[in-house]
Design a protein around this ligand. Structure first.
Ligand code: UTP
Length: 298
């Protein structure tokens, strides 16, 4: 597990992990197994995210899942009788370390589960958790975007939120020819910020290379504020049955900026190695990477 870096971090206590997507890039296995439950060695991808959140000071985690992803709930919040036999066997055979290991998972954080009935986009998925979010800033983690980093990726974002109190987007520098796969930011010019930090003037979803305003791509980690959540909700009506993406809410949030009420969003280039585990190659790379760090199998 990543080392806790939660000292002095008091603002963000809740994280939403989005895991209700259909995982079409990882078919056929995702026909019945959620991509978030695919193991990187012996631990589901989504547990890496839970551990990242906990190491960043998060106390409550809200999973947005769908009806065919209940294995996520069964893993983090199993009913007593579901793992009774396994626990008894581990006790009997004195496999104390294994017993502790499986018991610790349930206590990593307070877990909630929300069902997104139809995959209507990541923005729609966030709105499904609206009631539990309340009126606090909250962390958003995509269920297939994991980092290996000295300081937990989410902790890096929280630190910037505490400074700016604006929504914060996790960024990664990409080769511009890949811009079609990402949301891309346009950083504001003439600003005195550290090299890895950007004030965002606009965002564009999956542009062609020639239209990409920069090589700074959005990754699946954000801090959002109650004001941004309100704008996301309003963005819903304009998209009707089309998917609602978080980026739609962010684009509208920047558009509705007024002199009286300046809407700002900052982006942070996250330090660390990123893996898109929702993609087959990304998943393999993550497996090789984490395996090479494990003494028992490297
Ligand atoms: P992705 O586009 O990466 O995931 O969504 P996907 O839709 O599952 O995958 P592909 O593209 O079909 O292979 C980003 C994140 O948002 C979640 C996904 O689970 C993922 O964590 N998501 C997406 C939802 O929770 N609900 C949605 O309706 C869409």
């Amino acid at each position: 597990m990543q080392k806790s870096n939660s000292k002095n971090q008091t603002f963000i206590k809740k994280a939403i992990i989005l895991a209700a997507g259909l995982g079409t890039r990882f078919l056929p296995v995702t026909k019945s197994i959620p991509k978030e439950m695919l193991p990187i060695i012996d631990k589901p991808c989504i547990q890496y995210l839970v551990e990242e959140a906990v190491a960043s000071g998060i106390k409550e985690i809200i999973f947005v899942i769908n009806d065919s992803k209940l294995s996520i709930k069964n893993y983090f919040s199993p009913k007593k009788n579901e793992i009774k036999e396994l626990k008894n066997r581990l006790k009997k055979t004195k496999k104390t370390a294994e017993l502790k290991l499986i018991e610790s998972i349930e206590h990593l954080a307070k877990f909630h589960y929300v069902i997104q009935k139809e995959a209507l986009g990541d923005g729609h998925a966030i709105l499904c958790a609206k009631k539990i979010i309340g009126s606090e800033p909250v962390a958003i983690l995509f269920g297939d975007d994991i980092y290996d980093s000295k300081i937990p990726a989410l902790s890096q974002l929280i630190k910037q939120y505490e400074k700016f109190k604006t929504p914060i987007i996790g960024l990664q520098k990409i080769d511009k020819k890949d811009s079609k796969k990402y949301g891309i930011i346009s950083p504001e010019k003439s600003q005195k910020l550290p090299e890895n930090l950007y004030k965002i003037s606009s965002l564009v979803e999956k542009p062609e290379t020639k239209n990409a305003p920069s090589n700074l791509a959005i990754v699946g980690k954000y801090i959002i504020t109650p004001e941004l959540l309100k704008t996301l909700e309003k963005s819903q009506s304009s998209t009707k049955d089309k998917e609602l993406r978080l980026i739609d809410g962010m684009i509208n949030y920047l558009k509705t900026d007024t002199t009286k009420n300046p809407h700002q969003i900052h982006g942070l280039k996250i330090e660390g190695t990123r893996f898109d585990t929702g993609d087959k190659t990304g998943f393999l790379k993550a497996t090789m990477h984490f395996a090479s760090k494990r003494n028992d199998i490297k």
